[in-house]
Design a binder for this molecule. Sequence first.
Ligand SMILES: Cc1cc2nc3c(=O)[nH]c(=O)nc-3n(C[C@H](O)[C@H](O)[C@H](O)COP(=O)(O)O)c2cc1C
Length: 199
Amino acid sequence: MATKYLDLTFTDAVCRAQTEYYRRAGKVVGAPERDPLNQAEAEFIAARDSFYLGSISESGWPYIQHRGGPQGFLRVIDERTLAFADYKGNRQLLTTGNVSVNDRVALFLMDYKNRERLKILGHARVEDARAHPELIAQVTDAKLRSSVERLVFIDVVSFDWNCPKYITTRYSAEEVDELVGPLKTRIAEIEAQLHTVKS
Ligand SMILES: Cc1cc2nc3c(=O)[nH]c(=O)nc-3n(C[C@H](O)[C@H](O)[C@H](O)COP(=O)(O)O)c2cc1C
């Protein structure tokens, strides 16, 4: 279990709320400085084609952006480092601006098909993409490569898995095609047989 996550999120105010409602607080003692990613987290991250990224604005408001790309575009560099590409897009640069003032970020990764979610806390660093040509190919589609302006590196502090309860199973269009493909083939076969019987 990644205890640093609970150490960071079970603040005094959270513990007070826990005590008020449940008479005891789950204060964590003896958490390490950080929890490195294990193989289970690395495999889960490598299988994702999207995630949500929360940062904190200069005015204190939370900000969340959806990030998407080819499977594995959120690259696991090592057990404590993640990286992904940031594009010249809407020219708002909200995440870039936010992390230049407060580098704390939260990543929220969903696997709707298997009803799993992973939350990650870390420190973000934004770098010029031209300084990392070797990484660009790993985190982007070939057709988008020229639009990459920045690479965002996340120094992972800890993570937490949530229970599957209340996650509705959902499939991507590709997964639906994969599941429905054999059925379509079978229907075509049966229609062909019917056609033969009729004629
Ligand atoms: C050509 C182009 C390609 C983009 N590709 C992606 C992409 O693959 N994944 C993604 O999450 N956003 C993509 N975006 C969106 C931008 O990166 C967008 O500006 C960014 O998500 C906004 O971040 P912010 O909310 O931190 O300002 C693309 C935008 C453009 C114009």
